[in-house]
Design a protein around this ligand. Structure first.
Ligand code: HEC
Ligand code: HEC
Ligand code: HEC
Ligand code: HEC
Ligand code: HEC
Length: 257
C-alpha cells in the first residue's frame, strides 16, 4: 500500500511526518528502523505461537485422544479375561466377521447361550448377572452394549484390510484377553493411524497369529510357512512387503472419502 510513495522508507517518513504534525512529537526518532522490524517479527512470532497452541489443544484435547482409558459400564459384566484369556476362546468365536468385513461384529445373545443356557443345564445358567442375556435371547432384542471404540463418521476404517495383512488386534486394542472390562488403549487419532501407515514394519506378523495376543515373535517364530525363510520379525516384515507389497497409503482419501 505504501508503494505509491515510492521507497517504503519514504512512506514511513511521510506517515511519521503526519503524526508529528498532529503533535505526537518526534515519532520517527522514537521508533528507529530496527525496532520496528523487531516488533513486526515479534508480532508474527506471537501469531504463529498462538496458532500452534490452539492447534495443539484442539488436536490433543479432542474426545478421541482423551478416550484412552475409557471403559463404560456394560449391561452385562462380560469378561474377556475369562472368555478369551482363561477359556482361550479365539476372537473369531464371537467377532465372526472381523476377517471378512470392514466392521467387527458384537456377538448375539445366541452365542452366549451356547454355554449359558439354563434349559441345557449349562454353565452359570441361573446367574443373575446373565439375566439380561436370557431376556434378550427370549425377546429377540439385541443387548445394549456400549461402544468403546468409535471413530468420527468422516473417517473410513476397515478391519478386514488390517487383519488379513497381518496387523494384530493387539496393535490397536491392547491385551483384550487380560481385560476384565474392555478399555480404550490407543488414541485412535489421525497421527496414531499415520505413525503406523508410515512405518508398519514392527506390527506385521503372520496372519495366523493375528488373534494370538500373547504371541511373541522371539519365542514362537517358526509357526508359519510364511516365516520359514526368515529368522526375525524384521526380516519377515521386509519379505512380506517385498512379496505382497504391503504399503499402507497415507493420502487423505484413504481415510476420508
Ligand atoms: C465369548 C465371546 C467373545 C470373545 C471370545 C471375544 N469377545 Fe470381544 N467382545 C465380546 C462382547 C460381548 C463385547 C461387547 C461388550 C464389551 O465391550 O465388553 C466385546 C467387545 C470387544 C471390543 C470392544 C468393542 C467396542 O465397543 O469398541 C473389542 C476391541 C474386542 N471385543 C476385541 C476382542 C478380541 C481382540 C478378542 C480375542 C482376543 C475378543 N474380543 C474375544 C465378546 C467376545
Ligand atoms: C464357550 C463357553 C462360553 C461362552 C460362549 C460364553 N461364556 Fe460366559 N462364561 C463361561 C465360563 C466357563 C464362565 C466362568 C464360570 C465360572 O466362573 O465358574 C463364564 C462366566 C460368565 C459370566 C460370569 C457369571 C457369574 O455369575 O459369575 C458372565 C456375566 C458371562 N460369562 C457372560 C457371557 C456373555 C455375555 C457371553 C456372550 C457374549 C458369554 N458369556 C459366552 C463360558 C462361556
Ligand atoms: C489397525 C487397527 C485395528 C486392528 C488391527 C483391529 N481393530 Fe478393532 N477397531 C479399530 C478401530 C479404529 C475401531 C473403531 C471403528 C469405528 O468406529 O468405525 C475398532 C472397533 C472394533 C470393535 C467394535 C465394532 C466395530 O467394528 O466398530 C470390535 C468388536 C473390534 N474392533 C474387534 C477387533 C478384533 C477382534 C480384532 C482382531 C481380530 C481387531 N479389532 C483388530 C482398530 C483396529
Ligand atoms: C498398527 C498399524 C496400523 C494402524 C495403527 C492403522 N493402520 Fe491402516 N493399514 C495398515 C496396514 C498394514 C494396511 C494394509 C496396507 C496394504 O494392504 O498394503 C492398512 C490399510 C488401511 C486402509 C486400506 C487402504 C487401501 O485402500 O487399501 C485403510 C482405509 C486404513 N488402513 C485406515 C486406517 C485408519 C483410519 C487407522 C486409524 C484409526 C489405521 N488405518 C490405523 C496398518 C495400520
Ligand atoms: C490413515 C488414516 C488417515 C489419513 C491418511 C488421513 N487422516 Fe485425517 N483423520 C484420521 C482420523 C482417524 C481422524 C479422527 C481423529 C480424532 O478423532 O481424533 C482424522 C481427522 C481429521 C481432521 C479433523 C481434525 C480434528 O481435529 O477434528 C481433518 C481436518 C483431517 N483428518 C484431514 C486430513 C488430511 C488433510 C489428510 C491428508 C493429508 C488426512 N486427514 C489423512 C485419519 C486419517
Amino acid at each position: 500500500m505504501f508503494s505509491r510513495f515510492g521507497h517504503p522508507r519514504m512512506a514511513e517518513l511521510l506517515l511519521f511526518k503526519d503524526l508529528e504534525k498532529k503533535g505526537y512529537g518526534n515519532v520517527s526518532k522514537l521508533f528507529p528502523r530496527n525496532s520496528r522490524k523487531i516488533a513486526a517479527t515479534l508480532f508474527v512470532g506471537v501469531l504463529l505461537f498462538g496458532g500452534l497452541v490452539t492447534a495443539g489443544v484442539t488436536y490433543y484435547a479432542t474426545p478421541k485422544y482423551t478416550r484412552v482409558g475409557y471403559a463404560p459400564y456394560q449391561p452385562v459384566p462380560f469378561s474377556h479375561k475369562i472368555h478369551a484369556g482363561q477359556l482361550g476362546l479365539d476372537c473369531t468365536y464371537c467377532h465372526t466377521n472381523v476377517f471378512e468385513s470392514p466392521h467387527a461384529n458384537i456377538p448375539s445373545p445366541q452365542v452366549c447361550m451356547n454355554c449359558h443356557d439354563p434349559m441345557k443345564g449349562n454353565i452359570k445358567g441361573d446367574s443373575p448377572l446373565l439375566a439380561p442375556v436370557r431376556d434378550a435371547y427370549k425377546t429377540g432384542q439385541p443387548l445394549q452394549w456400549v461402544r468403546v471404540h468409535k471413530l468420527p463418521d468422516y473417517v473410513y476404517f476397515n478391519h478386514q484390510v488390517h487383519v488379513n495383512r497381518g496387523v494384530s488386534c493387539v496393535s490397536c486394542h491392547g491385551r483384550i484377553d487380560e481385560m476384565e472390562t474392555v478399555t480404550h488403549q490407543e488414541p485412535l487419532s489421525m497421527s496414531w493411524c499415520l505413525d503406523c501407515h508410515r512405518n508398519p514394519d514392527p506390527h506385521l506378523r503372520p496372519t495366523e497369529t493375528v488373534t494370538k495376543l500373547d504371541w511373541d515373535p522371539l519365542k514362537d517364530w517358526s509357526v508359519s510357512a510364511l516365516t520359514q525363510f526368515t529368522d526375525s520379525q524384521k526380516s519377515f516384515a521386509a519379505k512380506l512387503k517385498e512379496h505382497s507389497g504391503v504399503a499402507p497409503p497415507t493420502n487423505c482419501t484413504t481415510c476420508h472419502r
